[in-house]
Design a protein around this ligand. Structure first.
Ligand code: NAP
Ligand code: MG
Length: 385
């Protein structure tokens, strides 16, 4: 469904107004299959080369999709591939509209989640322990003595896991968060559990602090602050805060908390996502997937009402960044005009079905996928006159 939205955005909001030399990489699952996934690598390298990219949601094929699209194999997640090439951190930011109130009363400004996207339980080895025995953690260095730690003397069955992270990855996560907070001029929070995890989490805290110290002049100049807090304290504070900060999270916390923040702000259709590399390359996208259920309705010939807001904001985020890097303020201004058009439509009652149920007051009429984009295009046209 997002592929259909993508084409509509380009045709109705971008191409009529911009003479833009788009380098296009077709990440359709069948094209990835045809190119043995080379196109994904090429796309990521293009982002490295040009500095800014905008990506449509993509299918990460499972066994059903392999059958449906007659694929050679279940190709890996394109986002995973691009993320590892850019060595980036993912930031998710909700789009605030006045008539879609957040579930949490105090939230007034976006809460941006910066999720460390490498390691911990996502690159762990684990097993079910069948019965009594001794579990040990052994590190064999290239040079020097082995380190052996007793994990547990099992008296009976249980479970066991070994996980890791690297200084390089933690450091680039911290750098990306600091860069993002500086570019958005928002306070930076980082939460972990160093009171319990005195080596693992404490190391995250220390590395993060070292990177913050290196940039302390920039941080002061931008008028923003950095706070480390215990993760449970951060969670409690978030619920009472008005928002407007970047909340840097370890991998698991970011996975879970970004879903809480997304649903707390209303709809997946209102959540944007940007991947930022430590050396300042940007890839913008919507935080949601391809909206498969709606696509199957579309294929049956049924009308759809899919929210294109996050996809449009992916485009405007990329265009505004391009304008900022190239020093073309007209482009930045144009991107903001598109964003204003979207917000004014929604606040004026022109919205898709996901929002009609949760907006205040609830709306009777919802717009179709195309009808919403047409309304945005009309509003934009009037702004550009
Ligand atoms: P999804 O596309 O995020 O959609 C899940 C549900 O959320 C939809 O069925 C819809 O709910 C609602 N929704 C999400 N975005 C919406 C929007 N813009 N407007 C209105 N409603 C919206 O997740 P999925 O259906 O589980 O995944 C589909 C495919 O996307 C999978 O192949 C997955 O691999 C891929 N995916 C890609 C990315 C990415 O490229 N970044 C991220 C996640 C998933 P209702 O059905 O209730 O209307
Ligand atoms: Mg999650």
């Amino acid at each position: 469904m997002t592929r259909i939205i993508w084409q509509l955005i380009k045709d109705k909001l971008i191409k009529p107004y911009l003479d833009v030399d788009l380098q296009y990489y077709d990440l359709h699952v069948q094209n990835r299959d045809k190119t043995d996934d080379k196109v994904t690598v090429d796309a990521a390298n293009a982002i490295l080369k040009y500095g800014v990219g905008v990506k449509c949601a993509t299918i990460t094929p499972d066994a059903d999709r392999v059958k449906e699209y007659n694929l050679k194999k279940a190709w890996p997640s394109p986002n995973g591939t691009i993320r590892s090439i850019l060595d980036g951190t993912v930031f998710r930011k909700p789009i605030i509209v006045k008539n879609v109130p957040p579930a949490v009363r105090s939230w007034k400004k976006p809460i941006i989640i910066g999720r460390h996207a490498y390691g911990d339980i996502y690159k762990a080895v684990d097993c079910v322990v069948p019965g009594a025995g001794k579990a040990e953690l052994i590190f064999t260095p290239e040079k020097g003595d082995k380190i052996t730690l007793l994990v547990h003397e099992f008296k009976g069955p249980g479970v066991l896991m070994g996980m890791h992270n690297t200084d390089k990855s933690i450091r680039s996560f911290a750098q990306a968060c600091i860069n993002y907070a500086l570019s958005e001029k928002v306070d930076l929070w980082f939460g972990a559990k160093d009171t319990i995890s005195k080596k693992y989490h404490a190391h995250f805290k220390d590395v993060f602090q070292q990177e913050v110290d290196k940039r302390k002049d920039d941080i002061a100049k931008a008028g923003i602050t950095y706070r480390y807090m215990l993760i449970d304290d951060a969670v409690a504070q978030i619920m009472k805060h008005e928002g407007g900060m970047l909340w840097a999270c370890m991998n698991y916390d970011g996975d879970v908390m970004s879903d809480m923040v997304a649903s707390g702000f209303g709809s997946l259709g209102l959540m944007t996502s940007v991947l930022v590399s430590p050396d300042g390359k940007y890839e913008y996208e919507a935080a949601h997937g391809t909206v498969k259920r709606h696509y199957y309705e579309h294929l049956k010939g049924n009308p759809t009402s899919t929210n294109s807001t996050a996809s449009i904001f992916a485009w405007t985020g990329a265009l505004a960044k391009r304008g900022e890097l190239d020093n073309t303020p007209e482009l930045v201004d144009f991107a903001h005009k598109i964003e204003e058009s979207v917000i004014e439509c929604i606040e004026g009652g022109i919205m898709t079905k996901d929002l009609t149920r949760i907006c205040e007051p609830p709306m009777e009429k919802s717009f179709s996928t195309e009808g919403f984009i047409d309304a945005v295009a009309k509003k934009l046209e009037s702004k550009l006159k």
